[in-house]
Structure formats: structure tokens, C-alpha cells
Write a protein that binds this ligand. Structure first.
Ligand code: ATP
Ligand code: MG
Ligand code: MG
Length: 380
């Protein structure tokens, strides 16, 4: 399935690179696209990241690329005007044009490829271990939101309709139950009951949105912590993995980041006792994020962030459970009950987050107050 070196070299030849192609190696731990690091034959010229975009999942790749170029252009302008950064290319992804003039190349098999500047000396974290990383990550995601707040949301394409819409996910779940395609329904009675008990409550963000009480913003929609690149000094440098940028609610980005950083265990942890909440890390992240964003959010939107904290792991658990019932047709699995294990781990996290709700709410509101006073101090 992976392309060989000659194939990759031939793909790269369709882009406007500086220098020349030297080597290509599979890179990173992404699950969606195929990623290669392209090294340059000239030391003075940059390296690149080549990605084959997953066309199975993303039906309209040109629209997806347009979203990315619209957003990264805007970010670069912000970094240069607001921060006076000389190296704006370090802070936002840079798409390299193909010789056709478009920011992608479509090969003879119909596959889509794109090329970014490689960001040297960076790293990402699957599990957050220090409050410093969390604070930095929160600032970076908050700044991403902040800098995109004045973009026209209607100019973005909806690349994956209803991606974080709980009603859509519940509909898929109901269909899976009805079909019981893999005959696994009897096994998951407890998990189905867990979902049923929360069906209504988890719909609050969508209801607020439908009632016009939450603004649609430019959201990233895949704010897993490992999509933040850190520099050699452990400062957050750049937000990556921009495929799912589209209109959404702020609570989606906040909630998905918290899902991955507050959990002391991996998302598929089999030993549920190991799933604990890292409150200091959460507090630091909330401080970083709200320091950038609190000043322009309504109280309703601030409250919605705390709803997002339980909603996002619930949605993930629901999607894993649905896939398990369907017989593992969407997610790659390492063993037969992997999706069930993932669902149980996410639902266990949801229960622990529910129990800590008042504490998490207080932390968000406090961080928002501090964030607002910072903004005022700065602008005075
Ligand atoms: P996911 O499963 O998270 O959706 P993905 O398949 O969409 O992943 P990316 O997250 O875009 O892939 O990239 C995969 C990995 O490649 C990243 O985790 C990061 O380590 C590395 N990477 C991506 N872009 C760059 C870049 N411009 N410079 C340096 N490293 C990069
Ligand atoms: Mg990624
Ligand atoms: Mg991705």
C-alpha cells in the first residue's frame, strides 16, 4: 500500500520545491493520511512533509485544501502583524504549490498529495506529563482560535458534515443496533444502557447552537494534544493536522483537547483504575486557552466549554461502540475486542469527568476571569 521511493520522488517532482529530492521516509504516527518526510539534497534548502490525503474519508479534497490555505494564510498574516515574527513559517503550516498552481497534486490513480514545509526540531506528546506542556498547548490552541475569530466562517467548506454532531452519532448508533450486523449486541447491554441514560443531556450544545445561543466559529475539530508541535525548548510552536478545519463550536476544540490531556492513561486503556483525571494539567491548559479567548466569549459559550469536556469523550466512546456493533468496519483494530475496550475506556473517563463536574466548572470559570483581567491589563 505504501508508495516506494521512486514513486514518492516522482510525486514530489510535481511540486515547486527549492533544491532537490534526496530521500523519503514514512513519518509520524498519524492514522489518517500517509506521511513522508522528504529530505533535500541541498543542505541550505528546506525539507518537506509529503502527505497522501485519505480520499476514502475526505470526499472533497480540493475543498479541504482550500480551507487549509485560507486558514494558514490568515494565521501567517496575524503572526506577522501582531507578533512581528520574522519566521512566520515556523508558526503556521506552509503549503507548497504544485506546478499546476494548485496546492495539491492528483496522480494518475486519482490520489491526492500535498506538500508542507517540514518544521525541524519539533516534537509532539501523546500523553501530557507536565503543567508547562499543558499551559503552552492551551495558549497555542487559544491563540489559534483567537487569530481565526475574525475569519468569515461561511467561506469554509464543511469537509465532514455533522462530524461532532451528537444527534448524527446517535442516529448511526441506532442503525447499528437495529442491524446488529456482527451479532454482538447481547454483549454490550451495559454500554448501550450507558448511552441511553445520557442521550438527552449530551445534546445540550447542539440545542444551544440551534437556538442561536452559541456562535459557529472556525474550529480545528481534531485538537488531540499530539497535533500541537513543540520546539526544542518545549514552547508550543505550531498547530498541525488541519484536515478537519470547518465551522464548529468552540466547545468541540476545548473538549477534544481536554479528552486527551486530562486522562492519565491512553484512550484504549484496559485497566479502568488507571484512568484518572490529571487536574493540575487541566487547570494549566484552561488557563492557557482562556487567557487567549475568554475576553470575547459570552457566559453561555464559556459554560458550553464545560459541556464539551464530557461530550467529546462520550462521542468518541459512542463511535467506538457503534463500530464494535457493526463488526469493526471503520477503525483499525489490533485485536477483536479493541473497539469495545476503547469504548469502555472513554465511557469510564466520561463517568469520572461527570463526578468532577463542579470542580472542572469552577476551574474554567476562574481561568476565564483571570484571562479577562489579563486582556484588560494588556489593552490599557
Ligand atoms: P491523525 O491520525 O492525528 O489525524 P494524520 O494522519 O492526519 O494524523 P498529521 O497529524 O498531519 O497526520 O501528521 C502526522 C505526524 O507527522 C504528526 O504527528 C507530526 O509528528 C508529523 N508532522 C506533520 N506535519 C509536520 C510538519 N510540517 N513538520 C514536522 N512534522 C510534521
Ligand atoms: Mg495528527
Ligand atoms: Mg489528521
Amino acid at each position: 500500500k505504501a508508495a516506494n521511493l521512486e514513486e514518492v520522488a516522482a510525486i514530489v517532482a510535481n511540486f515547486e520545491i527549492n533544491g532537490g529530492f534526496s530521500d523519503a521516509v514514512p513519518f509520524g504516527s498519524g492514522h489518517i493520511n500517509d506521511t513522508y518526510r522528504i529530505t533535500n539534497s541541498y543542505a541550505a534548502c528546506p525539507d518537506y512533509v509529503l502527505q497522501r490525503v485519505n480520499h476514502e474519508i475526505f470526499k472533497n479534497v480540493p475543498a479541504l485544501i482550500d480551507n487549509i490555505s485560507y486558514v494558514t494564510d490568515h494565521l501567517r498574516n496575524k503572526f506577522s502583524t501582531l507578533m512581528g515574527s520574522a519566521n512566520v513559517g515556523d508558526r503556521a503550516l506552509t503549503l507548497i504549490p504544485a506546478k499546476s498552481g494548485q496546492y495539491y497534486y492528483q496522480d494518475a490513480k486519482g490520489q491526492y498529495w500535498r506538500l508542507y514545509l517540514f518544521l525541524p526540531d519539533t516534537r509532539s506528546y501523546d500523553v501530557v506529563t507536565t503543567t508547562q506542556q499543558a499551559l503552552e498547548g492551551g495558549k497555542a490552541l487559544g491563540q489559534f482560535q483567537n487569530y481565526l475569530a475574525d475569519l468569515d466562517v461561511s467561506k469554509l467548506s464543511v469537509v465532514l458534515p455533522d462530524f461532532h454532531n451528537i444527534n448524527f452519532r446517535l442516529k448511526q448508533f441506532a442503525e447499528a443496533i437495529q442491524n446488529n450486523a456482527a451479532g454482538r449486541l447481547d454483549e454490550v447491554a451495559a454500554e448501550v444502557a450507558f448511552v441511553r441514560a445520557r442521550e438527552h443531556g449530551m445534546g445540550e450544545i447542539e440545542r444551544l447552537g440551534d437556538a442561536g445561543k452559541l456562535p459557529l466559529r472556525v474550529t480545528h475539530n481534531d485538537t488531540k494534544f499530539n497535533n500541537i508541535l513543540f520546539d526544542a525548548n518545549d514552547r508550543a510552536q505550531c498547530i498541525i493536522d488541519l484536515d478537519t478545519i470547518m465551522p464548529g463550536y468552540m466547545a468541540f476544540d476545548f473538549g477534544d483537547a481536554v479528552r486527551t490531556l486530562i486522562n492519565t492513561a491512553p484512550e484504549d486503556e484496559p485497566d479502568l483504575d488507571k484512568i484518572q483525571l490529571n487536574i493540575p494539567v487541566f487547570k494549566a491548559f484552561a488557563q492557557g486557552f482562556l487567557g487567549q479567548t475568554a475576553s470575547y466569549m459570552s457566559t453561555t459559550e464559556l459554560r458550553s466549554l464545560t459541556l464539551g469536556i464530557t461530550l467529546l469523550p462520550f462521542i468518541m466512546g459512542l463511535r467506538f461502540l457503534t463500530d464494535y456493533i457493526n463488526g469493526d468496519t471503520y477503525y483499525k483494530t489490533a485485536f477483536p475486542a479493541h473497539n469495545l475496550q476503547r469504548a469502555r475506556a472513554q465511557f469510564n473517563l466520561v463517568e469520572k469527568l461527570e463526578k468532577a463536574h463542579h470542580q472542572l466548572y469552577a476551574i474554567v470559570m476562574h481561568a476565564a476571569e483571570v484571562g479577562m483581567s489579563h486582556t484588560h491589563a494588556k489593552s490599557n
